[in-house]
Design a protein around this ligand. Structure first.
Ligand SMILES: NC(=O)c1ccc[n+]([C@@H]2O[C@H](COP(=O)([O-])OP(=O)(O)OC[C@H]3O[C@@H](n4cnc5c(N)ncnc54)[C@H](O)[C@@H]3O)[C@@H](O)[C@H]2O)c1
Ligand SMILES: CC(C)[C@H](C(=O)O)[C@@H](O)C(=O)O
Ligand SMILES: [Mg+2]
Length: 353
């Protein structure tokens, strides 16, 4: 294949992990005989500083030109600590998702055998946990009507039947390819929008007789996820709940720096870690690049290039097994491997296996 990739490094640790993702992409393309062309574009605080816009028109055009976007992270303490700021880096990420129609965010949560003992959760609870959260990404509170004035503010959690149906179809397709168990997570005991989710899901469930559909309130799901994560196969949920539950899910895997995602829908798909720009780690060469690197694996798999994806996954597993890990998952008194060293080791492995 001849890949055209838009690279959006963003802010904080973004550029450091982005570089590792690009190197892995190039190594896989070289090994499997694909051509790849990159075009870099601005997003987030970096884009605000240079253009005043967190998602400039030129960045949008670059995304449309590309077959896939490799996105890293946006966000900056200057804005985090200023609730009055009118333009914010995160608006760039949201504009990208909305303008590209990326309504389905696929967030797999898996364990790595060699990291199981490092989780604050007991081994017998998390061993074998393997689920995927299908997060609706272009609706709900993130995009509903907002109001902010003086001492009153609100966000509207609006969903339409169409928005719910299309994300449920994605979720059922995943459940069909996996262990055939779909959990619809909502707050239907309180929220009108959740009641629409549950109604639509109940209407659709009979169309998928081989799949078990169950319904769970989000508060219960938050508990169940760390009490009994193996219960879950596919979770489908609205934008806000999916955001929160997947950060929680990262504790099962062992680090925020391990969870990739794919955002898909109408236009160019985006492959992005679930974590943020971790500003405190910027420039320190300590951010784990694996979430970004596994996002590249998801990119190849999106194009049905499963061997390419598997080569990346094998290299990541080998690095973790060999203790080639960034500090947050390194064993006590283990060697130091930074963002660059972990990335380079994985690239070498891909080249030589
Ligand atoms: N997709 C995105 O671009 C995205 C996602 C979440 C947060 N943000 C933004 O990022 C900024 C910081 O937010 P935050 O501190 O709440 O979340 P964060 O995900 O940036 O960091 C939270 C914690 O997760 C861990 N972590 C994150 N990335 C890691 C990595 N690669 N390797 C190892 N550990 C890692 C660190 O312990 C860190 O303290 C904010 O501006 C926020 O808006 C952006
Ligand atoms: C930065 C923010 C807008 C974003 C979200 O909430 O979607 C992030 O937390 C994520 O999970 O990708
Ligand atoms: Mg998040």
């Amino acid at each position: 294949m001849n890949f055209k990739i838009a690279v959006l490094p963003g802010d904080g640790i973004g550029p450091e992990i982005s570089a590792q993702g690009v190197d892995v992409m190039s190594a896989v393309c070289e090994r499997f005989g694909h051509d790849v062309e990159y075009s870099y574009a601005l997003c987030g605080a970096d884009a605000i500083d240079r253009t005043g816009d967190p998602f400039p028109e030129e960045t949008f055009r670059t995304c449309l030109w590309a077959d896939a976007v490799l996105f890293s992270a946006v966000g900056d303490p200057r804005f985090d600590n200023d609730p009055t700021a009118k333009v914010r880096p995160e608006q760039g990420l949201l504009a990208m998702r909305k303008k590209l129609g990326l309504f389905a965010n696929i967030r797999p949560v898996e364990t790595f055998d060699c990291l199981i003992h490092m989780s604050p959760l007991r081994k017998e609870i998390i061993e074998g946990a393997d689920f995927v959260c299908i997060r609706e990404l272009t609706g709900g509170m993130y995009f509903g009507e907002k109001f902010e004035r003086d001492d009153r503010a609100y966000d509207t959690n609006a969903y339409t039947r169409n928005e719910i149906e299309r994300i449920l179809r994605v979720a059922y397709a995943y459940a069909g390819r996996r262990r055939k168990h779909l959990t619809v997570v909502d707050k239907a005991n309180v929220l009108a929008s959740s009641r629409l989710w549950r109604k639509v899901a109940q209407e659709m469930a009979p169309q998928y007789p081989d799949i078990t559909t169950d319904y769970m309130y989000v508060d219960n799901a938050a508990m169940r996820m760390i009490q009994d994560p193996r219960f879950f196969d596919v979770i489908v949920t609205e934008n806000t709940f999916g955001d929160i539950l997947t950060d929680e899910g990262s504790v099962i895997s062992g680090s925020m720096g391990l969870l990739p995602s794919a955002s898909t829908g109408e236009k160019t798909p985006v492959f992005e870690p679930i974590h943020g720009s971790w500003p405190q780690a910027k420039g320190k060469n300590i951010a784990n690049p694996i979430a970004q690197i596994l996002s590249v694996a998801m990119l190849f798999e999106h194009f049905c290039l499963t061997e390419e994806g598997a080569a990346i996954r094998q290299a990541v597993n080998a690095a973790l097994d060999a203790n080639v890990r960034t500090p947050e998952i390194q064993i006590p008194d283990g060697p130091f491997y930074g963002t660059r060293e972990v990335g380079a080791w994985i690239v070498d492995y891909i080249r030589n296996h």
